[in-house]
Ligand binder design. Structure first.
Ligand code: PMP
Length: 310
């Protein structure tokens, strides 16, 4: 039987025992930064591979710097904590690993300085997030993506997810699967938890960091595969909403969403309203890689179970 484990206050414990006080600063003021990492179950290897640990912890470090959160852990320590927690949890299915560095002091007062910090990591089972087969029907959100001048979107800050939650719920209550937010200048920014790509004239085009995106690890993975495996040119530039309507293909990328085709935006079907050929080729290669089946990219996949089938 699988039981989820967590690391909190420098100790490993069952997730059911990992508790924080109601006055915890991060809970009251959104002063935490986090990562979402997928552990992908490979049935024939009887193994869970966690994807791109280094890149996730590199980004977490940057988020900590922006939010002035002390993060005194080296990569080896972090990798070993993650693999240990996944192994102890014992799932034989896809999992999510959530590291969260946060202001842990139980005091009142909005600020970042003169507060204690802690690191939480937990494991939870996690299946598909969006319907990959059907693709996502999206709506341009009436909520703008928060700008770097407000809360920096390049940092994965817990409080910033109020922006994403407003957009996601608006889209879903309006009958769509996902929201696409514009930046303050009116260009395409990103989904509530995904980066956006369009395919136009055989090129991949994606909004730049200056469109207030989280600089996604799946985004970087797709850019690398497009360039190195498919010889497709990738361009980072401002993207207009109307360009998405007329694109040949569109897809979203994210740890939770994987690579999911966007088949509709604002009731206009994109391309022929199905997963396009370039998206399809990227999706197939991406899944092979994250499941640890492509030796060329095995350096992106960290195995968690130490007793592996011979
Ligand atoms: N944008 C936002 C707002 C997100 O929450 C996520 C998910 N972490 C992404 C983009 C995609 O990033 P990644 O590919 O690193 O998961």
């Amino acid at each position: 039987m699988a039981t989820p484990y967590a690391y909190l206050k420098k100790q490993i414990m069952p997730l059911s025992e990992a508790k924080i006080g109601v006055m915890t600063h991060a809970f009251n003021y959104g002063t935490g930064v986090f990562e979402g990492i997928r552990g992908n179950w490979n049935e024939s290897h009887e193994q869970i591979y966690v994807f791109r640990l280094k890149e996730h912890f590199d980004r977490l470090r940057k988020s900590c710097k922006i939010m002035q959160i002390d993060f005194p852990y080296d990569n080896e320590q972090l990798y070993s904590l993650v693999t240990q927690l996944v192994e102890m949890s014992g799932y034989q299915e896809d999992v999510y690993v959530r590291p969260l560095a946060y202001k842990s002091s139980e005091v009142l007062g909005v600020r970042l300085h003169d507060l204690e910090d802690d690191l939480l990591i937990f494991v939870a089972p996690f299946g598909p997030y969006l319907d990959l087969e059907k693709g996502a029907r999206c709506q341009t959100s009436s909520w703008r993506r928060v700008a770097d001048t407000g809360i920096p979107a390049r940092a994965k800050i817990t409080g910033i997810y109020a922006n994403s939650a407003l957009a996601k719920t608006e889209a879903q209550l309006n009958g769509f699967d996902e929201a696409i937010m514009l930046d303050e200048r009116g260009h395409i920014s990103e989904g509530s938890g995904e980066n956006i790509f369009v395919v136009m004239d055989g090129k991949l085009i994606t909004p730049p960091p200056s469109s207030d995106i989280l600089i996604g690890i799946t985004r970087e993975t797709v850019m690398t595969l497009a360039r190195n495996e498919f010889g497709i040119e990738v361009v980072e530039r401002d993207v207009d909403r109307s360009e998405v309507y007329t694109a040949d293909e569109c897809f979203m990328t994210g740890t939770a969403a994987h690579v999911t085709p966007v088949v509709e935006l604002d009731r206009r079907s994109i391309g022929d309203g199905k997963m396009g050929p370039i998206t399809g080729a990227i999706v197939r290669m991406y899944f092979d890689i994250i499941k640890g089946n492509n030796p060329k990219y095995s350096h992106w996949c960290t195995p968690c179970y130490s007793r592996v089938k011979a």
